[in-house]
Ligand binder design. Structure first.
Ligand code: ITT
Length: 213
């Protein structure tokens, strides 16, 4: 049995990652909820740096809480930093996607800010192309090694909200393959093509290879 801690405070991400890698007898997924107050300052200049900062924040927390650490008997820590890049906004919100409308902004506040920003920008009338980017980090505790994997999902930003599934910007992220927004499809559909799925399928392969599963 391999124990892998998913270093995120976003439970939606955790659930997606768990179903992408696949629940199995061989892999046990661990989530520490926000009550643990793990301090992460996402001040990296790239998604990669931020993904590493998240893993390091959890390593520090586990070093400070050795009983919890030994109870979980972890083999890996995995994190990811993701973002939405909109062409007509020059790649914004990018690294600031989670806090586009301010620190602790809700999904709907972020979406409204995005729709407003695109409404006032002339280029956005013609070009609404966007992509989600996911940069996953896999830390092997025994070997103290970091590996990185990337995924992208291309689509466009709709000017109206549709669907209630998923999280974040899913209700305005239109995917041509679905002819729907991500929030209008089941998670099983999203997990076939998403930026997170592309990155974490590689994480799963790396773990399986190393553990010979
Ligand atoms: P952690 O840092 O704790 O993992 P977070 O939600 O703060 O959680 P990020 O810093 O990576 O995560 O921010 C990425 C943001 O990008 C996220 O909060 C969403 O608003 C958006 N996002 C990323 N992937 C998405 C997806 O699959 N669907 C919709 N929005 C997504």
């Amino acid at each position: 049995m391999v124990n892998i801690l998913i270093a995120t405070g976003n439970y939606h991400k955790f659930q997606e990652i768990k179903s992408i890698i696949g629940d199995s007898k061989e892999i046990n997924f661990v989530y520490l909820n926000r009550d643990y107050k793990i301090e992460i300052i996402e001040n990296g200049k790239t998604y990669k740096e931020n993904a590493k900062i998240k893993v390091e924040g959890y390593i520090k927390f586990l070093n400070e809480n050795p009983e919890l650490d030994s109870e979980m008997s972890l083999d890996y820590i995995a994190s990811e930093d993701s973002g939405l890049e909109v062409e007509c906004l020059g790649g914004d919100p990018g690294l600031f996607t989670a806090r586009y409308a301010g620190e602790n902004a809700s999904d709907i506040e972020n979406i409204n800010k995005l729709i407003d920003a695109m409404r006032v920008k002339k280029e956005c009338t013609e070009n609404r192309h966007a992509k989600f980017v996911c940069l996953a980090c896999l830390y092997d505790i025994k070997r103290r090694s970091f590996r990185y994997f990337e995924g992208e999902l291309k689509g466009s930003i709709s000017n109206k909200i549709s669907g209630t599934k998923g999280f974040g910007y899913d209700p305005v992220f239109f995917v041509p393959e679905f002819n729907k927004t991500v929030a209008q499809v089941d998670s099983s559909e999203k997990n076939k093509i998403s930026h997170r799925a592309i990155a974490f399928k590689q994480v799963a392969e790396a773990i399986k290879e190393r553990e010979r599963l």
